[in-house]
Ligand binder design. Structure first.
Ligand code: MTE
Ligand code: MO
Length: 382
């Protein structure tokens, strides 16, 4: 593969893999409601494609539709523009910690394979209408039930073919699901790392379905048969290992579960004062909100509730942006730090789903969805 045309990146990113480029910011970079583009994690499976003739860039929409279409960037930009604040989280977020119990396969990540951005673009539901799929439908006239997104990048997992994924047509054609074909991130033209010129954003769903560098869309009967849908990003029980795995027994992971992490402290840290601020993010998938975040400074014996906040100061207005449904909440609590403390954060979502205490119970061979209680060890400087 050719990695000679990679874009420049911020030097402070922690690089988990160089080629393909996988990097996350330091924890403290996640303490602002909107994650700056430079500090937004980058998760790739191949070289970053080069698209230099934007005039000729098109997305074709075909498969089980009556009116296949090729649509230019110019036409996509003419559709109603929506700004959606959505948190993107890689299913591999916090994988390194899961690997400490028992080894897992995959790129290692600390707690920062996640970010919250304002995505600007056309709604997929509007685009699908152009090929005759009406809003709120769950199948196309020709019997399509899934919407597949195919990229222009080249991944070794696909034997040099493009990255691809699909979502249900029901979700794709539902305007309230806010699935976007995004060309902007935080008010700027999407950059190459994040999918220039056009990417899919599927709010509330693991990042793997938000295909970057979109080339074409297929309306298909069965779920996409690509590697990342069928042989990756599935949640297996702890009993399954590489000798007895049967990929067909599990569904492709879509919504992510309730998650939170402390970002004001590193894993093992020293605190200078008796009183310290504990802060971080909490988020749940599927549009479920965060009900509360609990903090413990005594290893889980007693808990206090953190304060949570979500609103941002965004310099421009749009009706859609009153909706923080797909976005994380930040939390903070001022606590008294004992001399030696294990500080824990755990969140509860609006459906009363909780995070599991121990990682062992959710260990899986691909190391996805580590949502166990987040713990940091601190010592008070004397
Ligand atoms: N799309 C393409 N074409 N190629 C990829 O490698 N990685 C996916 C998804 N879309 C990927 C892709 C994964 S696993 C994640 S978590 C998100 O993109 C990461 O998006 P980001 O790099 O903008 O943070
Ligand atoms: Mo991912």
């Amino acid at each position: 593969s050719d990695y000679s045309q990679e874009p420049p990146r911020h030097p402070s990113l922690k690089v988990n893999s160089k080629e393909p480029f996988n990097a996350e910011p330091h924890r403290a970079a996640l303490l602002s409601y909107i994650t700056p583009i430079d500090f937004f994690y980058k998760r790739n499976h191949g070289p970053i494609p080069v698209v230099d003739d934007i005039e000729r860039y098109t997305v074709s929409i075909g498969g089980l539709v009556e009116k296949p279409l090729e649509i230019s960037m110019f036409e996509i930009r003419r559709l109603p523009k929506h700004n959606v604040v959505a948190t993107l989280q890689c299913a591999g977020n916090r994988r390194t910690a899961m690997s400490k119990t028992r080894k897992v396969k995959g790129v290692g990540w600390d707690v920062s394979a996640i970010g919250n951005a304002i995505w600007g673009g056309a709604k997929l539901a509007d685009v699908l209408e152009l090929v005759g799929i009406s809003k709120h439908s769950s199948f196309s006239a020709l019997g399509g039930k899934h919407v597949e997104f195919v990229s222009i990048d080249k991944c070794k997992e696909e034997n040099g073919g493009p990255y691809k994924a699909s979502i249900s047509l029901r979700q794709a054609a539902n305007p309230e699901a806010d699935v976007l074909l995004a060309y902007e991130m935080n008010g700027e033209i999407l950059n190459r790392d994040h999918g220039y010129p056009l990417r899919v954003i599927v709010p509330g769903v693991i990042g793997a379905r938000s295909v970057k560098w979109l080339d074409h869309i297929n309306i298909i009967e069965e779920e996409c048969q690509g590697f990342f849908m069928q042989k990756d990003y599935k949640m297996f029980p702890p009993s399954v290992n590489w000798d007895n795995i049967n990929w067909l027994t599990r569904k492709a992971q879509m919504d992510f579960p309730v998650q939170c992490a402390i970002c004001s402290l590193e894993d093992v840290d020293v605190v200078n004062q008796v009183k310290a601020n504990i802060a971080g993010y909490a988020v749940s998938g599927g549009g479920r909100g965060i009900e509360r975040v609990d903090i413990s400074v005594d290893g889980g014996k007693t808990w206090l509730e953190a304060e949570k906040y979500q609103r941002r100061n965004i310099p421009y207005q749009s009706d859609d942006m009153n909706n923080d449904k797909w976005a994380w909440v930040l939390f903070k609590a001022t606590v008294d730090i004992p001399e030696n403390a294990v500080i824990i954060a755990k969140a509860v979502d609006t459906a009363a789903n909780v995070q599991p205490e121990k990682v062992d119970a959710i260990w899986n061979l691909r190391g996805i969805l580590n949502t166990s209680w987040h713990k940091v060890q601190v010592r008070r400087a004397s």
